[in-house]
Design a protein around this ligand. Structure first.
Ligand SMILES: Cc1ncc(COP(=O)(O)O)c(C=O)c1O
Length: 393
C-alpha cells in the first residue's frame, strides 16, 4: 500500500497533467502502477499491431480514424492558401522555398541553416539515422514501450541489439536507468519526448542535463514529434543542447499539431558534422514538394492556429477521459494527442471489434496488460468511439 501511495504522489508531482484529469487520480490507477513498478518482473513489450493489420485498418470503412495520431483540426487556413498559390510555380524545384524554411527554423531556434536538415516528414530522417547507426551494429538504448521506428528497424534490418529499458512506475522514460544501460557497444541513445505510445513527458531540466552528459559518451537522438502539444515547447525542447554544441539530434515534424501528416514536412536539427554524416542516407528537403514546402513556410509557428488546434484537441481529450472514467477504465494522463489505457480483453480482438464498428485504434501489450491507444479526433469522432466502446467495454 505504501508503494502505491508514493507512486500516486510521484505521479501528481511529476506529471504534466491537464487539469481535468486530476480528478481521475482518485480512481484505481494504482493497479496499473502496481504491475509496472517492479522492474525485476519486467517482460517488455511483447506485442503491437502488425503492419498487415494497420494496412487493413487504413482500407476499412472507418468512421473515426483514431489510430495514427493525426491532427484533424489542421492544416491551417494559411497553409491551405499557400498550397493553392504554390501550384502555378510548382513546375520549378522548390529550392528557394526550402532554403527559406530552413533559415526560418534556424532563426527561431537560434541556430544556423546548416544545423537544419529538412525531410518529407520526420520519418525519412529517422530512417537516415537507422541506416547510419545500424551499420555500426552494437546496441541502441531506448525506453520501452516507445516509438519503434529507429530501434525496431535498427534491430530488424541491421545487427544492432535493442536494449529496452522499462518505464518508471508512472509510465515515463526512466532516464537514470537508460543512462546506466549504456555500455562500450552502445551506438545510439533514442529518446522520444513526449513518448509515443504513453503520451508522457520527462522533466525538461533533467532531460537537458541527461543529454549533455550522455552525448559525451554516445550520440543522443531526441524525437520531439509531439512537443508542440506541450504548454511551452520552447522550454521543454532540448534544442538548447544543440546550441551548446552537444552531439544531440532533434527530430521535429509538421505531421502532428500542424496537421501536415499527408503533406509530409519534417526536420532535424543537429551539429553540422552529424548532418553531413547522415546525408548519404537521406534526400533531405529534396523529397518535399513545392506545395507542401510553401504550406509549411506559411504556417510555421503560426501561434493563433496552433493555440486553436491545441484547444480543440484538449476538448476532445477531456471528452475521452470522461467516457473512460464513466466506464471505470484507467488511463495514463496524456500530454499529447493520444491516450493509452489498459483494456480488459485481448488487444487484437479489441481492435478488430472496434474496427467492425468503424473505429480504428491501436493496441500494445506490456507489463502483463493489454493496452489501447486512441488518437484524439474531432468531437464527432470521439462520439463514434464512445458508441462503439460502450458496446464492447
Ligand atoms: C514519435 C514519432 N516520431 C516520428 C513520427 C514520424 O512522423 P512523420 O514521418 O509523419 O513526421 C511519428 C509518427 O507517428 C511519431 O509518432
Amino acid at each position: 500500500m505504501a508503494t502505491r501511495t508514493l507512486n500516486r504522489r510521484q505521479w501528481i508531482k511529476n506529471s504534466t497533467l491537464v487539469t481535468g484529469s486530476l480528478a481521475f487520480l482518485s480512481g484505481s490507477l494504482s493497479d496499473a502502477f502496481a504491475s509496472s513498478s517492479s522492474h525485476s518482473k519486467y517482460i517488455g513489450t511483447t506485442e503491437t499491431m502488425s503492419g498487415e493489420m494497420i494496412r487493413r485498418q487504413a482500407m476499412a470503412d472507418i468512421k473515426a480514424r483514431l489510430s495514427a495520431n493525426e491532427n484533424p483540426f489542421g492544416p491551417s487556413e494559411k497553409a491551405k492558401k499557400a498550397l493553392i498559390e504554390a501550384i502555378d510555380k510548382s513546375y520549378q524545384y522548390p529550392m528557394k522555398t526550402l532554403q527559406t524554411l530552413a533559415e526560418k527554423i534556424a532563426e527561431y531556434e537560434q541556430l544556423k541553416a546548416e544545423n537544419v536538415m529538412l525531410g518529407a516528414g520526420s520519418g525519412p530522417l529517422l530512417q537516415a539515422a537507422v541506416a547510419y547507426f545500424g551499420k555500426m551494429g552494437g546496441n541502441l538504448v531506448s525506453g520501452d514501450p516507445t516509438y519503434g521506428n529507429i530501434p525496431q528497424d535498427m534491430s530488424e534490418y541491421f545487427s544492432t541489439t535493442w536494449k529496452k529499458v522499462p518505464l518508471t512506475s508512472d509510465y515515463k522514460l526512466d532516464l537514470d536507468a537508460m543512462e546506466k544501460a549504456i555500455d562500450e557497444k552502445t551506438v545510439l541513445m533514442y529518446v522520444c519526448n513526449p513518448n509515443n505510445p504513453t503520451g508522457t513527458t520527462v522533466d525538461s531540466t533533467k532531460l537537458k542535463s541527461f543529454c549533455e552528459r550522455v552525448s559525451k559518451r554516445v550520440p543522443v537522438f531526441v524525437d520531439e514529434a509531439y512537443i508542440d502539444y506541450l504548454d511551452n515547447p520552447k522550454d521543454a525542447s532540448v534544442m538548447e543542447c544543440v546550441r551548446k554544441g552537444s552531439n544531440v539530434m532533434v527530430a521535429r515534424t509538421f505531421s502532428k499539431l500542424y496537421g501536415f501528416a499527408g503533406l509530409r514536412v519534417g526536420y532535424m536539427v543537429a551539429q553540422t558534422a552529424m548532418l553531413e554524416a547522415l546525408k548519404p542516407y537521406s534526400k533531405g528537403g529534396r523529397s518535399i514538394s513545392a506545395t507542401s514546402g510553401s504550406a509549411a513556410l506559411a504556417s510555421y509557428q503560426d501561434a493563433e492556429f496552433l493555440h486553436e488546434a491545441l484547444k480543440k484537441t484538449t476538448e476532445s481529450k477531456e471528452y475521452l477521459y470522461k467516457i473512460l472514467k464513466k466506464q471505470g477504465y484507467e488511463y495514463i494522463p496524456s500530454s499529447t494527442n493520444f491516450v493509452l489505457f489498459p483494456i480488459k480483453t485481448d488487444g487484437k480482438k479489441f481492435v478488430e471489434e472496434m474496427m467492425n464498428r468503424g473505429v480504428s485504434v491501436r493496441f500494445w501489450k506490456f507489463n502483463d496488460k493489454n493496452w489501447c491507444r486512441v488518437s484524439i479526433g474531432l468531437m464527432d469522432e470521439m462520439k463514434v468511439f464512445e458508441e462503439a466502446f460502450l458496446q464492447i467495454a
